[in-house]
Ligand binder design. Structure first.
Ligand code: 5AD
Ligand code: SF4
Length: 462
């Protein structure tokens, strides 16, 4: 489909011109945002936009943003300047922002108010991701075409199927939003309260992607443990999330299921029991701890204790002794003392957590911590704690990875880069081998591991 372009003042004297328009989406942040970008792609394709691989020849740039940390937002604000010369070169260029930075309203500059319009004069529109179905109308208005009536069938965000970029791995949202209000976290304000998708819809999407060649399903949601579906078996004792996992496990072609993220206060025993039972449950779990100190967890409003976390790890290791466990840790949270920080280090060491995503606490306006607690740990100390815990993780990860030496592992190839193919093994370890054929992307390759580094394994096809 071709669109009538909005004309610059010079062009406006001549007849309307129809040329095809190109879009570029820049995605920041978590798997949820990547999944959202796949849904945005579907809408843009339906409207006739064509994909391009960078800013240079785009008529539409969409920034799908993350606002977990202030630094992530600052990065977006910093982009504003480079758009001005691009708009001069291409008067039809329209730039929009979505994702977690957009919390209140969706619309074009002039129609709605948003901080980014003030600080970034080059931004033309914003939309909340849950208002994705409004995007056609906003764009028709901005790109000078008739109206978005023909897209009325885009009923809501969850019903828009994604355009999968990576055919072998699919990221499928099962819920959006969060009811937890961890005191440091902006997500409940950015994404709103938790809304869950029907189980039948998720299953239909899984079957569809499996038919197109997906072998790995990544279920995404802020707290998948509280997944609550209207069409789940309400008489069953089993949690809705466990029911969903069982059903996905039976879909032909699916042999890896991953999910992000469970909450240690909510994960149920029936989900833990599926490890080692369902063939597609990979021997890896991401279980965010945030802090090893009971007092800090209280200040974070996490509603579990370090002992509850220990208990969960113990149960998981009974099911799969070699299970890989990754976690999130925030260092330098409000009032974190050296002793409290050491409690995080000690539990990581004690439980041999082999991958940690460490963040320095970043105060977010409007959160409970911003209102009630002081962001009083100096930046130098946050940095120092970040480095210390990263060093500790490197050692644990290095030791854990030695278990793979000489073993054969199945790598699902994700990309070819600098003469290597790389991808993950079931335990979530990045594994690479020398190769340059792009046809390998999305395929399984069996590798015999000969090098085990902290961040990655290396080997040769077996
Ligand atoms: N500051 C630092 N890290 C944060 N996270 C969430 N909010 C903040 C914040 N304000 C981290 C948590 C979470 C991960 C996605 O990001 O560790 O699990
Ligand atoms: Fe944020 Fe907590 Fe919800 Fe995770 S569970 S999204 S950290 S509020």
């Amino acid at each position: 489909m071709r669109l009538a372009l909005a004309k610059s003042s010079e062009q406006s004297r001549s007849a309307p011109e129809t040329i095809s328009m190109k879009y570029y989406i820049q995605t920041y942040g978590c798997q949820m945002n990547y999944s959202d970008s796949e849904r945005i792609t579907t809408v843009l394709k339906q409207m006739g936009y064509e994909k391009t691989d960078g800013y240079a020849d785009a008529d539409l740039i969409l920034l799908n943003t993350c606002s977990i940390k202030q630094k992530a937002e600052n990065k977006i604000y910093g982009l504003g300047e480079q758009f001005a010369p691009m708009k001069k070169r291409n008067p039809n260029l329209r730039i929009g922002i979505t994702g977690c930075m957009i919390r209140d309203e969706s619309g074009a500059r002039g129609d709605v108010k948003h901080e980014v319009f003030k600080t970034m004069p080059t931004i033309d529109f914003v939309f909340r991701i849950k208002d994705l179905m409004q995007l056609p109308n906003i764009l028709f208005k901005l790109h000078g075409s008739k109206g978005g009536d023909e897209f009325k069938n885009l009923c809501d965000y969850f019903h828009i199927s994604p355009t999968i970029t990576n055919l072998s791995q699919a990221f499928i949202p099962i819920s959006n939003g969060c009811n937890n209000f961890c005191s440091y976290c902006i997500v409940p304000y950015a994404r709103g309260r938790e809304e869950c998708r029907k189980m039948s819809e998720i299953l239909d999407e899984v079957k569809k992607v499996a038919k197109r060649g997906a072998v790995e399903i990544n279920l995404v949601g802020q707290n998948v443990s509280t997944y609550n579906a209207k069409d789940a078996d309400q008489d069953s004792q089993e949690s809705h999330f466990a029911q969903l996992l069982r059903k996905i496990d039976t879909v032909e072609g699916i042999d890896r299921i991953r999910f992000y993220t469970v909450h240690p206060k909510d994960i149920t025993d029936d989900v833990i029991d599926l490890y080692g039972k369902l063939p597609s449950m990979v021997p890896h779990i991401h279980l965010p701890l945030q802090s090893g100190s009971e007092a800090v967890l209280k200040r974070m409003n996490r509603l579990y204790t370090p002992d509850r976390f220990r208990e969960l790890v113990k149960k998981l290791r009974i099911k799969i002794p070699h299970i890989s466990i990754s976690t999130d840790i925030i260092v330098g949270f409000c009032g974190e003392t050296e002793e409290e920080f050491m409690e995080s280090c000690n539990i990581i060491e004690e439980l041999k957590i082999d991958l940690i995503y460490v963040s320095k606490y970043s105060e977010r306006k409007g959160t409970l911590a911003h209102k009630k607690l002081d962001d009083d740990v100096p930046e130098t100390i946050k940095k120092e704690r970040f480095l210390r815990i990263t060093e500790l993780m490197k050692n644990i990860s290095h030791d854990y990875n030695q278990n793979f030496k000489g073993k054969k592992v199945k790598v699902l190839v994700e990309r070819i880069r600098k003469g290597y193919a790389d991808g993950k093994i079931p335990e979530f370890k990045m594994t690479r081998f020398k190769a340059s054929d792009p046809k390998l992307i999305g395929k399984y390759v069996e590798i015999e591991v000969d090098k085990c580094m902290e961040w990655c394994l290396e080997g040769e096809p077996a």
